[in-house]
Ligand binder design. Structure first.
Ligand code: ZN
Length: 488
């Protein structure tokens, strides 16, 4: 495959050329949501970041198997090895079956992702549907000698693993220090060390979500699902594992340890992490009162929001920053993104209406190459966007009659804009009604063409009637030298 895609590998801490393990096939795993509440801005960023990667790899010609899981069991409060299961707690509070909670929030997650134009993954496995695989994986780690059973639970032996391999290689945490500071806790719990983590937990009598295993009636530890499901669907060695930076430790560190302990080799070639979103400079959190769900963004129903923001504004806002940079959200920042997106989409619409001349007096050369180059530099979407904005200047010059563009240059410009705006950045025109999109646009164009004819025939009554009634419906109509422009 002819390309120079470089991606930043968290494991090696540098940008590396992307060379997949199996020629034209790419295996990609991203940690999905724990479905006990509505998706918020912190869910949108990894979903959009890895959607861009998914789209770009396919554009390069790869056959991509994209696995994004649903966590519906084993994720305990505070990401710890004790405390209530997040799903079970929500089910108890709402007096529902745990699987009702899972279904409800999975449906809502899908709806929010669809609104953000995030493509569905190839496989979306649920942890609760892969208990057998997780038990088998745990057995492999026990057989390899890197886990121990205690009171019906199974724990990973971090100290023993670290003697042979390196626990902490992904997050850069110093394991010797961690072992030293946790030694005094010995004997106070069923774990040998507090850094050890659960592969299987024995369920307390009141715990509803439970399955049979060789050790106890219980449930898998949170990190186990990604090792078991990733290798089940992508093989013992696969290309990319992604997720938010907050998952790097302990979740991904533990996953590396589990897979290496069970299989005796490194499973993932490239680890990728998106950075976090802060809100007015603060970390997001339910207790901080700045926790804004995607639905609240779409409706504007939250005290920190000045108004409602469309899904495409959220998507554009996220793409305006590089995925490894932090992003600070504020209502003003979103308003600026909204204006920027409108300018870009207006320019894109204007491009469709330009007429070609015999030759070009604007520079359109190299736009495609510049945008590709930015994508290949670790998915630098803000640079792609700035190149597109730069090209808007040429579009406007031609539109205003101050420059000309040849047929071939115009076709190229249209093709580059479609590729990057629609196919790769996944930005959609929200001014039109979805589903009936095309017919709807054509109907408005038809009405305005009738008005144009009426004007030419000096039939002012008809011309004014069409204009006034469309304006009353909320359409903005502008007469131009070539005819008209409109938007809702
Ligand atoms: Zn995971």
């Amino acid at each position: 495959m002819e390309h120079k895609l470089y991606i930043y590998n968290t494991l090696s801490r540098k940008k590396e050329q992307f060379i997949p393990i199996h020629e034209d096939k790419v295996g990609m795993y991203v940690c999905g949501p724990t479905v006990y509440g509505d998706a918020h801005l912190g869910h949108a960023r990894p979903a959009i970041t890895f959607d861009i990667l998914f789209r770009y790899l396919q554009h390069l010609g790869y056959k991509v198997r994209y696995v994004r899981n649903i966590t519906d069991v084993g994720h305990l409060e505070n990401d710890a090895d004790s405390g209530e299961d997040k799903i079970a707690k929500k089910a108890r509070l709402d007096q529902l079956e745990p699987m009702e909670v899972v279904q409800y929030y999975t449906n809502r997650y899908h709806k929010a992702m669809e609104a953000l134009n995030v493509l569905p993954p190839s496989i979306e496995p649920h942890a609760s549907g892969h208990i057998m695989e997780q038990i088998d994986f745990t057995k492999k780690i026990l057989d390899a000698g890197f886990a121990y059973e205690s009171e019906g639970s199974v724990y990973f032996d971090v100290e023993k693993y670290n003697k042979k391999y390196h626990y902490g290689k992904l997050s850069g945490r110093n394991i010797d220090e961690m072992l030293e500071t946790t030694r005094e806790l010995d004997g106070q719990s069923e774990k040998r060390r507090s850094v050890d983590f659960a592969l299987w937990k024995k369920a307390a009598p009141e715990h509803i979500m439970r399955w049979k295993s060789p050790w106890s009636d219980g449930f898998p530890g949170w990190h186990m699902e990604c090792s078991a499901m990733g290798t089940k669907y992508l093989g013992e060695e696969f290309d990319i594992h992604g997720g938010g930076m907050d998952l790097m430790f302990p979740h991904h560190e533990c996953e590396i340890a589990q897979s290496t302990a069970a299989l005796g080799k490194e499973t993932v070639k490239y680890w990728m992490h998106n950075n976090m979103i802060t809100i007015n400079g603060q970390k997001m959190g339910k207790s901080l009162g700045n926790f804004i769900t995607l639905e609240q963004f779409f409706t504007g129903n939250h005290p920190l929001l000045s108004k409602a923001f469309s899904p495409m504004t959220i998507r554009f806002f996220i793409l305006q920053a590089h995925y490894r940079s932090t992003v600070d959200f504020s209502s003003e920042a979103l308003e600026a993104s909204e204006k920027g997106l409108e300018r870009l989409m207006d320019g894109y619409a204007r491009l469709q209406k330009l007429t070609a001349s015999d030759n070009s007096t604007v520079e359109t050369d190299g736009l495609r190459a510049k945008c590709e180059e930015a994508m290949q530099d670790d998915l630098n979407t803000p640079i792609v966007i700035s190149h597109l904005f730069e090209a808007l200047k040429s579009i406007n010059l031609v539109h205003d009659g101050k420059a000309t563009i040849s047929k071939s240059d115009l076709d190229e410009l249209k093709s580059v804009f479609k590729l990057f705006i629609e196919d790769l950045l996944g930005l959609q025109d929200e001014s039109a009604i979805s589903g009936t999109n095309d017919a709807y646009k054509k109907a408005i164009d038809l009405l305005l063409n009738i008005r144009l004819e009426a004007k030419q025939n000096k039939n002012w009554a008809t011309s004014d009637k069409i204009r006034n009634e469309l304006t009353a419906l909320g359409f903005e109509i502008k007469d131009t030298k070539d005819g008209f422009e409109w938007k809702l």
